[in-house]
Design a protein around this ligand. Structure first.
Ligand SMILES: Cc1cc2nc3c(=O)[nH]c(=O)nc-3n(C[C@H](O)[C@H](O)[C@H](O)COP(=O)(O)O)c2cc1C
Length: 335
């Protein structure tokens, strides 16, 4: 579907930058993905355009991008219209940028006229949406997406209210929608993980935390250094502005609070002021600048299985080599 060497995708990690990471993952044979970045009041549209230009200057390989289509994400509708238009004007970008992953809202927002026109202009753009729950996978399919990113609650960052593990959710969605391409996401960091996802019927995996702990990622050194010594139990599930999120335990997350249902969250949103949203955003900016005690440090339970900071090439090569071994070994048990 994407013309990549290995079935490994970089998970989007907005509002942080993943531009150099995108180049490194794509160059290593995976699929790099640009994040929806809107730090320090900058225009996400201008940032996304600049990031795309950077990527095509530094690699000839395919890559993708994320737009969070939450109803609280005020720039989402503009990005959904403007980004396909921007891509269609640049032939190199049109050839290379072939994966759009939307999340945290409706997949329909991206199914616009600009996407149709981009495809008519010859783009091979595929649209996937993140489904952290079974009911959302039904919405994805009826919206006409090309594939689903199945994200379980062990993952870092954005989460569902249902709290279903990747293991169960993947089986549920595969049974319900056997023919749609699936990217398994949340909790993956190793060859065992890739082998298990493929055995469960996924077509590939996406990883966030594993790629933060890479030499090339733009995350602050202090953020990266949290990961190798961390335990799987060092993260906590709280409620962010866009919904539930998984964070590393620190001063910020331990005092953040959590809602128990979507209804409770909607009720909270009626009280959300621009000042409160801005205050929340500041915690991401602190993290970006290296204040990992007071900032929002998004990480998944997979940090318990990561013990090194490596190049993206080494990460991907080792995962693929190990997955091959695990798949071969385990096949013998059912023969
Ligand atoms: C730092 C960070 C930021 C994230 N931001 C986004 C985002 O902007 N959009 C999104 O769809 N998912 C976001 N996520 C979720 C990831 O795309 C992915 O689901 C998660 O990292 C998977 O779990 P893992 O970290 O164990 O690999 C974020 C995750 C992290 C760790």
């Amino acid at each position: 579907m994407f013309g990549i060497q290995h079935p490994i995708v970089a998970a989007p990690m907005g509002p942080f930058y993943t531009t150099k990471l995108t180049v490194a993952v794509s160059e290593a044979g995976g699929l790099g993905v640009l994040s929806h970045t809107n730090l320090f009041g900058k225009s996400s549209l201008q940032e996304m355009k600049a990031n795309m230009e950077y990527v095509i200057e530094h690699t000839d390989k395919p890559f993708g991008f994320n737009i969070r289509t939450s109803r609280l994400q005020i720039d989402a509708a503009t990005l959904c219209r403007a980004i396909p238009k921007f891509i269609s004007k640049n032939p190199k970008l049109r050839d290379q940028c072939i994966y759009a992953v939307t999340s945290a809202g409706t997949p329909k927002m991206f199914q616009s006229n600009s996407l149709r026109r981009l495809r008519e202009a010859g783009s091979q753009m595929k649209h996937f949406h993140v489904a952290p729950a079974l009911w959302l996978s039904d919405k994805c399919v009826s919206a006409g997406v090309d594939g689903i990113v199945v994200t379980g609650w062990e993952g870092g960052g954005h989460q569902s209210y249902e709290k279903i593990s990747t293991l169960v959710l993947l089986q549920q969605i595969k049974q319900r929608h056997p023919d749609i391409p699936l990217v398994a996401c949340g909790g993956f960091s190793s060859g065992q993980g890739l082998a298990s996802a493929l055995a469960l019927g996924a077509d590939g995996i996406a990883m966030g935390s594993r790629f933060i702990a890479s030499k090339e990622s733009e995350f602050h050194e202090k953020y990266k250094n949290v990961i190798p010594p961390a335990k799987a139990s060092d993260t906590i599930y709280v409620t962010g502005v866009l919904g539930p999120i998984r964070l590393w335990k620190n001063q910020y997350s331990l005092h953040h609070g959590v809602v128990s249902s979507k209804e409770e969250k909607l009720e909270e949103e009626t009280k959300l002021t621009p000042e409160k949203a801005l205050e929340d955003q500041k915690h991401y900016e602190m993290t970006y600048d290296g204040n990992i005690e007071d900032g929002a440090v998004l990480l998944g339970q997979s940090i318990g299985a990561i013990d090194s900071i490596e190049s993206c090439k080494d990460i991907i090569d080792n995962i693929v080599k190990d997955a091959e071994k695990h798949l071969t070994d385990s096949y013998s048990y059912i023969q």
